[in-house]
Design a protein around this ligand. Structure first.
Ligand code: ASP
Length: 336
């Protein structure tokens, strides 16, 4: 699609749909449930025409569990092309289950300052109180707002504006399921977008070669009284790297240290806190299995990234072929 200048002077915003609950209508009497297209989503909200010149694009019709990293890399390439052609902003609609990961991957693969906003719906369009239309309208308003330029990928649901790198899905069904640490950066009220905070740095940006196989990066969570069996299996699994969700501010049981040493010798091993928020410590404790001990053994700290985001960054770094010695600095930059 080549965006042409809109004579109305409204910003040109592409709405790219990938599938998910926002495109899943209630079952018809014949049992069929044909997914809604981006054009269906847009035409259901007449108010959108007063906000932007909206260009609907169908990029897929899948639940978010079936989205792959290569799909998101393709979306990033499409956005880059549209950006060069002069689009003013892009809204991506998708399922919410993996949105915190795919939006972050899009953030890491998106060069340029054009606003990109990801949204979805917690309730499908056939249900009372469905949130898809309100979310799409708020997302388009945000993508059309001059203050959204240069912020990296944003996530807008429930009238709240989040940085993709900070947002997590924290509830199975609530419309307010998406929460950010340290907090959201803005909100949408009636026709106004309020962007009260700006990040001090952008996420690192990676370029993935076309047709590349994304790096295989398992995420293993360390639990109370677990043993090293699962971690041992990673060594010969063909994994390119590992994210270990560690306890608290950067701790593991000393029983895991031999296998961690073995894995560090074979692949990049990154630790991220299983608490899901806050920075890992670096200097506070030095006992075996503490943050200082793990860093000394060559484990890389994910800083303030939660385990899911840490995995997306490691996957991006390895797939892009970025040098391993720059990995720690990439996590530092990503931590804001
Ligand atoms: N299972 C759906 C998906 O993630 C849920 C949703 O869209 O909210 O695709």
């Amino acid at each position: 699609m080549t965006p042409q200048a809109d004579p109305s002077g409204l910003p040109r915003i592409a709405v790219l749909s990938l599938g998910g609950t926002i495109t899943t209508p209630a079952e018809r009497p014949d049992g069929a449930r044909p997914p809604l297209t981006a054009a269906d989503l847009v035409s259901a909200i007449p108010e959108l025409a007063t906000v932007a010149d909206v260009r609907p694009v169908v990029a897929g019709a899948r639940m978010s569990a079936d989205l792959r990293a290569t799909d998101i890399a393709e979306v990033a390439r499409w956005i880059d092309g549209a950006r060069r052609d002069g689009i003013d902003g892009v809204v991506v609609t998708q399922g919410t289950d993996t949105l915190e990961e795919s939006a972050y991957l899009l953030d890491l693969l998106s060069p340029g300052d054009t606003p990109v906003v990801v949204t979805g719906a917690m309730r499908n369009p056939g249900r009372p109180g469905s949130d898809g239309q309100a979310n799409l309208l708020a997302a388009v308003r945000t993508a059309a707002h001059p203050g959204a330029v240069g912020l990296g990928v944003l996530v807008v649901l429930d009238d709240v504006v989040h940085l993709a790198r900070a947002v997590r899905k924290t509830h199975t069904t609530a419309t307010g399921a998406f929460v950010s640490t340290p907090g959201p950066i803005g909100s949408v009220v009636e026709d106004r977008v309020r962007l009260g905070l700006r990040p001090t740095r952008r996420s690192p940006v990676y370029v993935w070669p076309e047709q590349v196989r994304p790096a295989a990066v398992p995420l293993v969570q360390h639990c109370f009284d677990d043993d090293d069996r699962l971690l041992r299996s990673v060594g010969d699994s063909g994994a390119d790297g590992l994210v270990l969700a560690v306890l608290g501010a950067g701790h593991v049981g000393a029983r895991l240290l031999p296998v961690i040493d073995d894995l560090v010798a074979r692949m990049p091993v990154v630790m991220a806190s299983r608490t899901g928020s806050g920075d890992l410590n670096r200097i506070s404790a030095g006992y075996p299995g503490s943050e200082r001990d793990l860093l000394g053994r060559g484990v890389v700290s994910a800083g303030a990234l939660d385990p899911l985001k840490a995995r997306i960054l490691l996957m991006s770094h390895l797939t892009a072929g970025a040098p391993l010695p720059t990995l720690a600095a990439a996590y530092e930059q990503a931590s804001g």
